[in-house]
Design a protein around this ligand. Structure first.
Ligand SMILES: Nc1nc2c(ncn2[C@@H]2O[C@H](COP(=O)(O)OP(=O)(O)OP(=O)(O)O)[C@@H](O)[C@H]2O)c(=O)[nH]1
Ligand SMILES: [Mg+2]
Length: 307
């Protein structure tokens, strides 16, 4: 996906023969890299961060004659990208669910949030399917009581997967439906409660306040922001606002199977400092894969991966 980046690297060597890189060298190199990053949906502020950090790391440093400039710049850029992911930490959800189960014998509650149409409902179905493979049971809460058809949609997924749904009528308070779900799980010893929410724009004050209320009432163990990897800079802006309102803990990026260029994954982690836990890679129930930062960086810099 970052094929442009690969090309940019092969162009940079030619102009640089000195073994000490100057600020002008880095700027020159970066003008090539920048285009590739922009075309790959990396957000502007992340590009600026990469540029500044690259300068700080490389300007004035002397390098062993055996190393060429291409590999020096490339390896440094890779390290900077990996440190963005490392700073955000990692989160093993399966381990957390199991340890709460062992410790407190209480259900683990996960709230899924994000703007309209990013894939929250589909992701919950995939998530429940994935949990079952780890011998973890779940109940799904139809917390989108706004959009016509939303309750039927999630009920249809749950029925196909053989998973219980807790729902009320349209217009009901989603916080109350969420609480019902938690009570059900406690009474029936279900391991996890997966709460769907209505899609909302980060600019809609009422809906954002409603979401903050769901968080206050349900006190979920985990809040996952579901973002569309194709939406580029928009997704980054939305994530920042959602973070302010809900202080979410983790991210799932969906639609990574489509025309996905990778930049949104790097940018969203840079801007929110929260880890990506899974990627949605299709519309089927098995199309949810764990996110591996090192593999991801290798692919974007070397330009040899599909995803
Ligand atoms: N290709 C692809 N499509 C996806 C993926 N995840 C979700 N979709 C599709 O995206 C569309 C929207 O998915 P939903 O799960 O309804 O999205 P939502 O966020 O719940 O939408 P609202 O409830 O309206 O806010 C559906 O057609 C899904 O099949 C993915 O990883 N890859
Ligand atoms: Mg939905």
């Amino acid at each position: 996906m970052f094929d442009r980046l690969k090309k940019a690297f092969s162009n940079i060597v030619k102009g640089l023969s000195e073994k000490e890189l100057s600020e002008a060298d880095i700027d020159k190199v970066f003008s090539e890299i920048e285009i590739a990053l922009l075309e790959s949906d990396v957000a502007h502020e992340t590009i600026t961060y990469l540029h500044d950090t690259l300068k700080r790391e490389l300007v004035g440093k002397r390098f062993d004659k055996s190393r060429d400039n291409e590999s020096i710049v490339k390896d440094t850029l890779k390290d900077i990208m990996i440190s963005i992911f490392n700073n955000a930490g990692t989160l093993d959800i399966i381990e957390r669910i199991n340890s709460k189960k062992d410790r407190e014998k209480e259900p683990y509650t996960i709230l899924f949030l994000g703007i309209n149409g990013t894939g929250k409902t589909t992701t919950i179905a995939k998530f429940a399917n994935m949990l079952r493979k780890h011998n973890i049971s779940s109940v799904i809460v139809a917390g989108d009581t706004h959009r016509a058809g939303a309750i039927e949609q999630i009920t249809e997924h749950a029925t196909r997967l053989g998973i219980k749904v807790i729902a009320q009528r349209y217009g009901a308070d989603p916080a109350a439906v969420g609480r019902d779900g938690v009570l059900y799980a406690k009474a029936h010893r279900v391991d996890t409660v997966l709460i769907d929410t209505a899609g909302r724009m980060q600019t809609s004050r009422n809906l954002m306040d409603e979401m903050a209320k769901i968080v206050r009432v349900v006190k979920p163990d985990l809040k996952i922001f579901v973002g569309d990897s194709l939406a580029g800079n928009d997704t980054i802006m939305q994530a920042r606002e959602f973070l302010r309102y809900t202080d979410f803990n983790a991210i799932i990026l969906t639609k990574s199977d489509s025309d996905y260029k990778g930049g949104s994954a790097l940018s969203i982690v840079h801007v929110t400092n929260k880890p990506i836990v899974y990627l949605g890679v299709g519309q089927g129930y098995d199309d949810l894969v764990p996110f591996n930062a090192e593999e991801f960086v290798e692919q974007i810099v070397e330009g040899n991966g599909k995803r």
